[in-house]
Design a binder for this molecule. Structure first.
Ligand SMILES: *Cc1c(COP(=O)(O)O)cnc(C)c1O
Length: 388
């Protein structure tokens, strides 16, 4: 059987072969398998050097100091550490946090957890294009606000938030800003020497690195203080204990190094694929784009189709692997909470399809998607079908 074409890069990406090679060299007796915390022998020193090189590669992509990078098991853990860590440290200063209705579950569920601990969370409603208007942030800030947590790029729609404008507001009010950048690191330029962002969550597997590793940027100047969430051994300057997984960190470092080298060329290439996809749908009626028509990340295209059932559409698309929204929500038949918050009507939201592509996607892949999609829509929209 022919494998379906993979068009779900926003859920995860395949590991780049160069990344896999680098990782494989950190596992066996003839490689760098040592514990980076072993201070008494060469095995430990060599592993530590690899880990510190990887830390520099991650820092270089977002233009920060390597000492501002705290390794985690992924963006989920980084989000938890940032939000619960700030809440824990600053609870005596205030108990109000601002987030939005379109955040990833890692952020929303951390916020829900804090609500049970007596914190108050304001969930901002996005604009129709999925972005958060900086003015909404300014209106929501109170005397007891300690943190604003918003994503850079939305994982369902590719919509981008204006971090410079939002950060200017949080700085002015002396409120910390945490940004979930799992979908933007390596896709859009991020310069933390310029951006007034205090904490930033990163993930390796959205950018051709392995699953199960990520990092939290924690600014040193002005210094951000956090309460650790995982204890034991005091690794990562006490912010996140646990033996550092050399192979995972080397994988993330290599992935971020490749992303830095290829980002602008890759952006242009994905923009061409996006235009091919949208142009191919020009002759099809009854669809709409959810998200920013220009200016979002090019590799995520979220579409709604009038007059078709979302589940039937997803099941009928045999030649392409796409999703109805985020990977975490695919198990439920509920329309996406992200699209609902954007004000997309029920019908369009329940038939939504997220097509996402990246480094290894080709023009041929987009042609296959168009063929499969157009044929399936014609089939599902036949009047006889609709009555059945
Ligand atoms: C994938 C993703 C996460 C979770 O990252 P993991 O590394 O899988 O834990 C968090 N936020 C956003 C926006 C994501 O796309």
């Amino acid at each position: 059987m022919q494998l379906p074409v993979y068009l779900d890069y926003a859920a995860t990406t395949p590991v780049d072969p160069l990344v896999a090679d680098a990782m494989a060299k950190c596992l066996t007796l003839d490689g760098q398998f040592g514990n980076p915390a072993s201070r008494s022998h060469l095995y430990g020193w060599q592993a530590e050097e690899l880990v510190e090189n990887a830390r520099r590669d991650v820092a270089d992509l977002i233009n920060c100091d390597p000492r501002e990078i705290v390794w985690t098991s992924g963006a989920t853990e980084a989000d938890n550490l940032a939000i619960k860590g700030v809440a824990g440290f600053h609870a005596t200063k205030g108990r109000h946090i601002i987030s939005s209705r379109v955040e990833h579950k890692a952020v929303l569920d951390s916020c829900h957890f804090l609500e049970q601990k007596g914190f108050e969370i304001t969930y901002l409603t996005p604009e129709a294009d999925g972005s958060i208007a900086p003015a909404r942030v300014a209106e929501a800030i109170r005397d007891d606000t300690i943190l604003v947590t918003l994503m850079h790029v939305n994982n369902e729609t590719g919509s981008v938030n204006d971090l410079a404008a939002i950060g200017a507001i949080t700085r002015e009010h002396n409120v910390l800003l945490h940004v979930d950048a799992a979908q933007s690191a390596g896709k859009l330029p991020i310069d933390l020497a310029e951006l007034p962002v205090d904490l930033m969550s990163l993930s390796a597997h959205k950018v051709y690195g392995p699953k199960g590793v990520g990092a939290l940027f924690v600014r040193r100047d002005p210094r951000v203080e956090l309460t650790a969430q995982i204890h034991g051994g005091g690794h990562e300057r006490g912010m996140r204990s646990g033996t550092l997984p050399t192979h995972q960190l080397v994988g993330m470092g290599q992935a971020f190094r490749l992303a830095r080298a290829q980002m602008s060329e890759e952006y242009q290439r994905l923009l061409v694929l996006r235009e091919q996809l949208l142009a191919g749908l020009a002759g099809v009626s009854g669809w709409q784009l959810h998200g920013q028509s220009g200016g979002g990340v090019p590799g995520i295209v979220n579409l709604g189709f009038a007059g078709v059932d979302g589940e039937s559409l997803l099941l009928a698309l045999r030649q392409i692997a796409v999703s109805s929204g985020s990977a975490c929500m695919s198990a439920t038949l509920e329309p996406s909470y992200v699209l609902k918050a954007m004000g997309v009507d029920e019908d369009m939201a329940q038939s939504a399809l997220r097509i996402s592509f990246g480094r290894f996607s080709t023009r041929q892949d987009i042609d296959t998607a168009l063929e499969n999609l157009i044929r399936t829509l014609q089939h599902l929209r036949q009047p006889a079908r609709a009555q059945a």
